[in-house]
Ligand binder design. Structure first.
Ligand code: SAM
Length: 307
């Protein structure tokens, strides 16, 4: 039987890497069989996202009845509170340890959720492997999203050797530790003590000796005497705009700020960015968030009047 689904069309040589990445991010729709068309492979995905097209796929019988979920290491986060579905999901994959259901949306200053354990080991802690790095996460204590892994690699590609980078809202460190592969120094700040605790652990786990963890409110960073940074990551989509003036002060002239925002209209944050700097700005969609809302990233080149 054939059904229509969103899919990414990728060149054959990139297909396996992209398939694994989509699988890690919980975005590969395992109900359908990927297929080739000429030099491209069509990979079915679970949701509409930038670059997808609709294609017809054959269904994979054994996966048809598995509930929808997102994978974070050994944890599956289900969209429905369905304990029976959770047990089937747990049995379908030997690598799964726990199935969770979020009882709240991402909320509060620390951007965390409360979870109910539907099946498996009663824990919210797991280890995520991402492009050869390891992140120990505790989903109830600190924010983590596997869905940003591609975005982290995009930013890594932009980092110059030896750059000084600031991650203002570092969480357990996925951006900071990824960018440390190329940067000279990364300062990683967060105000959630549990996130910084895991960040320190993850720095040691990945031997990322050029990452400096800081337990601080981002508003205090300009007063701490750091020399200007070449690049600043601001991944606090609901409130990053509040901290943009502080970031602009911390960034060198000609440096880059990556500002993540949740928006309902293209260029929604442009007037605010223009109030902070005159430099070049490019905007792109990172992923859909809910119908009519998406995560956007603005890459901003900081330009000061008079240099
Ligand atoms: N960058 C991380 C990632 O990609 O996984 C975490 C992003 S999470 C959306 C935002 C983080 O900002 C949370 O860990 C939260 O604790 C932290 N946070 C919120 N307000 C903050 C503030 N005023 N100063 C520093 N960190 C803050």
């Amino acid at each position: 039987m054939r059904e229509d689904q969103w899919c990414l069309a990728v060149p054959k040589r990139e297909a396996e890497q992209t398939r694994r990445r989509l699988l890690d991010e919980g975005l590969l729709d395992r109900r359908y069989k990927p297929r080739s068309e000429g030099d491209t492979v069509l990979l079915p995905v679970t949701e509409e996202m930038p670059g997808v097209v609709r294609c017809a796929f054959e269904t994979v019988p054994e996966h048809v009845d598995l509930p929808r979920h997102e994978l974070v290491g050994g944890i599956a986060i289900m969209q429905e509170n369905d304990p029976e579905g959770a047990r089937r999901l747990l049995a379908s994959r030997p690598s799964l340890e726990t199935v969770l259901f979020p009882e709240t949306p991402v909320e509060g200053e620390y951007r965390t959720r409360r979870f109910a354990v539907l099946a498996g080991v009663p824990s919210t802690r797991t280890r995520v492997t991402e492009y050869g790095l390891f992140f120990d996460v505790d989903l109830a204590l600190a924010y983590f999203s596997a869905r940003l892994s591609t975005e982290r690699q995009r930013v890594l590609d932009l980092v110059g050797e030896g750059e000084r980078v600031l991650d203002m809202f570092a969480g357990v460190g996925p951006f900071a530790i990824t960018l440390a592969r190329r940067a000279g120094l990364v300062v990683a700040a967060d105000l959630n003590p549990a996130a910084v605790h895991l960040l320190i652990h993850n720095i040691a786990l990945n031997r990322a000796r050029n990452v400096i963890p800081v337990l601080a409110d981002a508003a205090h960073l300009p007063g701490l005497g750091f020399a200007p940074f070449d690049r600043i990551v601001m991944n606090l989509p609901l409130a990053a705009s509040v901290f943009l003036p502080a970031a602009a002060r911390l960034c060198r002239d000609g440096g880059t700020i990556h500002l993540y925002a949740l928006e309902e209209q293209e260029s929604e944050y442009l007037p605010l960015i223009r109030a902070a700097t005159n430099g070049e700005v490019t905007e792109r969609q990172v992923r859909t968030y809910s119908p009519g809302k998406w995560h956007a990233v603005y890459d901003i080149t900081v330009e000061r009047e008079g240099g």
